[in-house]
Design a protein around this ligand. Structure first.
Ligand code: ZN
Ligand code: FE
Length: 258
């Protein structure tokens, strides 16, 4: 398997991105180096790169320990978050390429949760790592940008091919789906995803990945044009506008308190 989730802290995911030809791998978002190194050794891989999506401690807290254990590691991360990403060696911008053996990942700037937040898209793996911007059936809190910033960032991710697998930063799926159902109770895709997620979690299994196409069917933050979602929000607040950003902002505000 070319992408290996490594659970971190209480509900974070780090991911090993493996170039199977060479056995070289990178790690997306490392909070706990020990668990990542143990998985790398167990699978007899060679860790060569760290790919942080943003500077929050639960996504970079393991960086210093990683480079101490494995000198010479390349540590990527957004140029705009220089100084806040521990042990960073290779700052990157939107459109840049990262390398993990023969794998190539494209950096996509997706600000709003933090101003420098980035995603890594690996076309060869048909996968995108979305950190705390796009979750399964949800999105990250808008800490540093505005609602418009997050709407634009989510649109960049939604523009990827529908089959692209989405690997996000946290296991928030079940709660996200419960919230989504309050806005679209008759969305059949949402109902079945919720039943599936409950079953998976009861069995102690991960709910990642989903796909961009699936997110378009279930994620309220990508569904600002849904008639049912709009009607639900307008029932709660008749004063909200008709534009996508106003609809998004109201949904995000409700989710913050959910
Ligand atoms: Zn975060
Ligand atoms: Fe996080």
């Amino acid at each position: 398997m070319a992408i290996i989730p490594v659970p971190q802290l209480s509900d974070n995911y780090a991911y090993l991105v493996v170039d199977e030809a060479s056995g070289e791998c990178g790690v997306v978002d490392c909070a706990e180096a020990g668990k990542v190194i143990a998985e790398v050794e167990r699978r007899k891989l060679k860790l060569i790169a760290v790919l942080p999506t943003h500077y929050h401690f639960d996504h970079v807290g393991g960086n210093e320990d990683l480079v101490r254990a494995i000198p010479g590691l390349r540590v990527y991360g957004a140029r705009g978050e220089r100084g806040r990403i521990p042990a960073q060696t290779h700052p990157v911008d939107d459109g840049d390429t990262v390398e993990v053996g023969s794998l190539r990942g494209r950096v996509i700037g997706i600000p709003a949760h933090t101003n420098g937040h980035i995603a890594y898209h690996f076309p060869q793996l048909n996968a995108v790592f979305t950190g705390d911007t796009l979750f399964i059936a949800g999105c990250g809190r808008v800490f540093e940008g505005k609602a418009q910033t997050m709407v634009d960032s989510l649109a960049k991710l939604a523009a990827l091919p529908d089959g692209t697998q989405v690997y996000c930063g946290h296991e928030y799926t079940e709660k996200n789906l419960r919230f989504a159902l309050t806005l679209e109770p008759s969305n059949g895709a949402l109902k079945s995803k919720h039943e599936w997620a409950q079953k998976m979690r009861a069995e102690g299994k991960y709910t990642i990945p989903s796909t961009i196409g699936e997110e378009k069917r279930i994620n309220p933050f990508l569904r600002t044009d849904s008639a049912e979602l709009r009607a639900s929000l307008k029932k709660i607040d008749p004063s909200i506008g008709d534009d996508a950003v106003a609809i998004f902002a109201k949904a995000r505000e409700l989710k913050d308190r959910f």
